[in-house]
Design a binder for this molecule. Structure first.
Ligand code: ADP
Length: 357
């Protein structure tokens, strides 16, 4: 690299240029003034005194300029070098790398942004590791089940009858559901799911879902009620995705509500939003679990949820879909045994927005 391209030498050159211009200007001005104002008899003496003074001043200015440039260059270059070295360390996988705060405000801002970026990268890396661990853990359970059945059959302990094969099929279905959910989750998180928002009547959609699920609910001795205004309530969202989210919420309500319970779908609206609350009289959720419900693989009671085929990512997908439609999902429960309420909020259809993905 040519020396003139280095910041250090450019700063020094700029300082020296200032000294040079100062000296030349002083000589020219002193010369012109002296010719007009100083007695010609004293001119040589005056000129020699001025030149001597200028040489001393130029040397002093050059020395101070050089020193100041060096200090300034070091103050700028040291954090920049540290930034480059730290970037390299992060690129090599050391996500705990942080840089010290420099003195100047501007470089401090850069260092702060860098440290924030490093922090975000560390979190993403941590989430990636956790995700792989969770996926492996989730796969292990049905695989261990299948392995057990196969070993039992090979050893002759278990008969190869339809019952055993049906139990194996159950494990395979669980695996398939997990893989499908994971694929869906990755597409939703990558923003690859198509959302086609339009104005539609949310009351009609809720009633259709309730009608579809009623036979299943009757079978499980559960009641389903729709509480909605008599007139239509326009929402602005993707109707298919909205149905997917609601089916998921009602599916959970069914799963976590014991016999003779009741599931209520309540539709409300205000000037800007419509809301569908899916309320059940089921097992409820402890307060300390509420903040984590929408995290991947989170289950309040892992063994119970896993036994019922839950992958623990249904709510994560549902919230992503709701947010992709400019809405959200919130959860509430008064506590264990006191039922739960999951509320889906969507933009009101009377306020056309234009978010397409
Ligand atoms: P899963 O497939 O395990 O049901 P979800 O992401 O849909 O996964 O739900 C996460 C967890 O939230 C569940 O394991 C369960 O513990 C809790 N949960 C969800 N819905 C309800 C509900 N209606 N009542 C009680 N607990 C619920």
């Amino acid at each position: 690299m040519g020396w003139w391209r280095q910041l250090r030498w450019r700063i020094i050159a700029a300082q020296m240029l200032v000294v040079l211009v100062g000296v030349v200007t002083l000589i020219a001005t002193a010369d012109a003034l002296a010719a007009r104002t100083v007695d010609p008899e004293f001119l040589p003496v005056f000129e020699s005194a001025v030149i001597q003074a200028l040489v001393v001043a130029a040397l002093a200015a050059a020395l101070v300029g050089l020193g100041a440039s060096m200090v300034l260059a070091r103050e700028i270059l040291r954090p920049l070098r540290q930034l480059a070295a730290s970037s390299q360390r992060i690129a090599d996988g050391h996500y705990d790398e942080r840089i010290a705060m420099p003195l100047s405000d501007e470089l401090r801002d850069v260092a702060q942004s860098f440290n924030q970026m490093a922090e975000a990268l560390a979190q993403v890396e941590q989430q990636r590791i956790t995700l792989i661990g969770n996926v492996a853990h989730e796969l292990r359970t049905p695989l261990a089940g299948l392995e057990g059945y196969l070993e039992g059959m090979l050893d002759g302990v278990l008969p190869g009858d339809p019952e055993t094969i049906s139990a194996m099929q159950h494990e395979v279905r669980r695996l398939r559901r997990l893989v499908d959910d994971l694929q869906h989750l990755s597409r939703v998180e990558a923003g690859q799911v198509t959302i086609q928002p339009q104005v539609f009547d949310i009351v009609a959609l809720v009633e259709r879902i309730a009608a579809q699920l009623r036979p299943q609910l009757i079978e499980q001795c559960l009641n389903i009620i729709v509480e909605a205004p008599d007139e239509s309530v326009p929402a602005y969202a993707d109707p298919d995705r909205t149905a997917q989210v609601l089916v998921n919420l009602v599916g959970n309500a069914i799963r976590y509500t014991p016999e003779d319970g009741c599931i209520t779908l309540r539709v409300r609206s205000d000037a800007t939003h419509v809301q569908v609350a899916v309320e059940d009289t089921g097992i409820g959720i402890p307060a300390e679990a509420l903040p984590y419900l929408f995290e991947r693989f989170y289950r309040v009671d892992p063994s119970r949820s896993r036994a019922s085929g839950g992958s623990g990512i249904g709510l994560t997908i549902a919230r992503h879909l709701a947010r992709a439609m400019d809405g959200d999902i919130t959860a509430f429960s008064a506590g264990i045994g006191k039922g739960s309420v999951f509320t889906l909020t969507l933009p009101c259809g009377a306020r056309p927005t234009t978010s397409t993905r």
